[in-house]
Design a binder for this molecule. Structure first.
Ligand code: ATP
Ligand code: MG
Length: 566
């Protein structure tokens, strides 16, 4: 009888099935995964999928997940990126505990293993130039050709590698290559490069090294050193797996990790390539890595997306072995779901129009009680000052309304949320004919927003007292790329940038309770959407980002029978 059942997960996908089977069969006593970012940029929503997967599996199966920086290319890597990646993984809700590692911690060990490969006849120093190497590599249909340096004696290779390390040669002068098979149908096995000469300061090892291992030579061996059981990566590494296994076979490594591949996340209207994201930043198409339009975790956080929404999204999309494109609306749907439950409701007017309630006492201020969140009674209520002069949304009034417009119009009564019913009696205009003010009356018997005679206006408007309103800047966001498939059909990606991805409104008014709202706390502006204070806020001049509108486009797509993925 099985008295000690292996831990198992409630979720299921092909990776979790593999892990469960390996624990059941006793192949592994416990699961160890890792998330291996290269610190050459900020993390994005695609990385979130990988983080949720690696940390999620470790958590569900009572194992552990390492955070390991793949810092093998000092030219592109920076401490700023290391710091941001650590902060983002924590923000997303995961913790590596004491298991923080760097591939650079293993440089000495990797170097010893390179010597081992030379001594066993499995590696050589090659003097071909980069161009010659490319030319020798062959193509998918033609085998490669062997380098004339391929059969150098081991002693000569050892001597040259030592001199490479000692800094005797310039960048690119020589490389260390594995001796595998120049005729292999898998190009990754055609004597891949193990070490290249790069005279560059490394964020962690400084100038201790001027030769650096390639990703292929560092990754699997780092996994083996750390005792990783399941090395989970994206599909583009599938063709590297034979090489991953070749190193593990041919080196005296302390454990035998295995690599598994899953489909990377692609999102409509979104580019998830650090190279492109870096260009967006450097060419100032956005305010920085954390611009609210960026798909980076820091951008999504600044825009007001809760970490829970991103984790829920990762669970919704699941893990598959085939590439697909997920509609960005699905991410928005997951985020709205969380915000609808958690966001406090507040009043804000983005495009103000003045209302004067002529029969309301001149200097009176009433504290109106307004519900914080109808979805969550425990969120309680707050007081909002109500006075004779208010701001309402300009779009909520029409002088000459069409049939289906039920909001305010001359002679019509509407409800002001949680306050009173008001009727518009007169429209005041400036010399150009623009409406500048509405003269209204209120019905004192409708306090709280309901009438004793049971009559119900067809519209309920939000409002802010002009005397108490806090002026605010509000930034509205739309897709950064207007095309769902940026750069498709051979277009330049940057031609697909949406010129209207950000709209700044500078004449907005928010209720007084919003003045001190902490940066990053997302609230619902009633009837308008979800918003959160931006880091650019000053105490008396808040700036809000629109996180999302209220409309759920994904739910609509689903209702029309379209799926979340294409
Ligand atoms: P680049 O943008 O330069 O190709 P990268 O996105 O692969 O780099 P890494 O730092 O190497 O960046 O990624 C760390 C981990 O995140 C890797 O295991 C990688 O497979 C995974 N990852 C990267 N992009 C995605 C994505 N879009 N969906 C799922 N996982 C991803
Ligand atoms: Mg990568």
């Amino acid at each position: 009888m099985d008295t000690n059942p292996a831990p198992s997960s409630e979720r299921s996908d092909f990776l979790r099935e593999i892990v469960a089977a390996d624990l059941r069969s006793g192949l592994h006593q416990s699961v160890v995964t890792r998330f291996p970012p290269e610190p050459n940029g900020y993390l994005h929503i695609g990385h979130a999928k990988s983080i949720c997967l690696n940390f999620g599996i470790a958590e569900e199966f009572a194992g552990r997940c390492h955070l390991r920086f793949d810092d093998t290319n000092p030219i592109k890597e920076e401490q700023e990126y290391i710091d941001s990646i650590e902060a983002d993984v924590h923000w997303l809700g995961f913790d590596w505990g004491e298991h923080l590692y760097f591939a650079s911690d293993y440089f000495e060990q990797l170097y010893e293993w390179a010597i081992h490969l030379i001594k066993t006849g499995r590696a050589y120093v090659d003097d071909l130039s980069a161009d010659e190497t490319r030319e020798h590599r062959g193509t998918l249909t033609e085998p490669g050709r062997e380098s004339p340096w391929r059969s150098r004696p081991a002693e000569e290779n050892l001597d040259l590698l030592a001199r490479m390390r000692a800094g005797e040669f310039g960048d690119g002068a020589r490389v260390l290559r594995a001796r595998i098979d120049m005729a292999s149908p898998n190009i990754n096995l055609r004597d891949p490069v193990l070490y290249r000469i790069v005279h560059a300061e490394h964020p962690r090892t400084g100038d201790a090294w001027c030769i650096y291992p390639t990703y292929d030579f560092a990754h699997g061996q780092s996994d083996a050193i750390e005792g990783i059981t399941h090395s989970i990566c994206t599909l583009e590494f599938q063709d590297h797996r034979p090489l991953y296994d070749w190193f593990i076979e041919n080196l005296p490594v302390p454990s035998r990790p295995r690599q598994y591949e899953f489909a990377r996340l692609n999102l409509t209207h979104t580019v998830l390539s650090k190279r492109v994201l870096l260009r967006l930043v450097n060419e100032r198409h956005v305010r920085g890595w954390d611009d609210p339009r960026m798909p980076t975790l820091s951008g999504l956080r600044r825009r007001g997306f809760p970490a829970e929404g991103i984790r829920d999204f990762a669970a919704m999309i699941g893990v598959a072995r085939a590439d697909s494109v997920v509609e960005v609306e699905m991410l928005h749907h997951a985020v709205r779901d969380v915000l609808n439950r958690t966001a406090l409701r507040r009043f804000a007017v983005l495009n103000p129009l003045k209302v004067v309630i002529e029969n309301y006492p001149q200097d009176a201020v009433e504290e109106i009680e307004a519900t914080n969140n109808p979805e969550d009674p425990s969120a309680g209520s707050r007081h909002v000052p109500f006075t004779r002069e208010l701001w309402i949304e300009r779009e909520d009034f029409m002088e000459d309304p069409p049939k289906k417009f039920f909001r305010l119009a001359p002679g019509r009564e509407v409800r002001l949320r949680s306050a009173y019913f008001v009727t518009c009696n007169e429209v005041v205009k400036d010399v150009d004919g623009n409406v500048t003010e509405l003269r209204c009356t209120y019905d004192p018997s409708t306090r709280g927003g309901s009438a004793p005679d049971g009559r119900r206006p067809k519209a309920t408007l939000h409002w802010v007292s002009t005397a108490h309103a806090v002026p605010a800047e509000v930034r509205l966001y739309d897709h950064l790329f207007r095309n769902p498939y940026p750069g498709a059909d051979g277009r330049d990606l940057f031609e697909d940038l949406n010129p209207d991805s950000e709209t700044v409104l500078r004449n907005c008014f928010v209720e007084p309770s919003l003045a001190g709202l902490p940066v990053g706390q997302t609230v619902q502006f009633e009837r308008l959407g979800y918003f959160c204070p931006d880091v650019d806020s000053a105490p008396s001049a808040p700036v809000f980002n629109r996180t999302l509108t209220l409309r759920d486009a994904w739910a609509k797509l689903q209702a029309q029978g379209r799926h979340g993925t294409t």
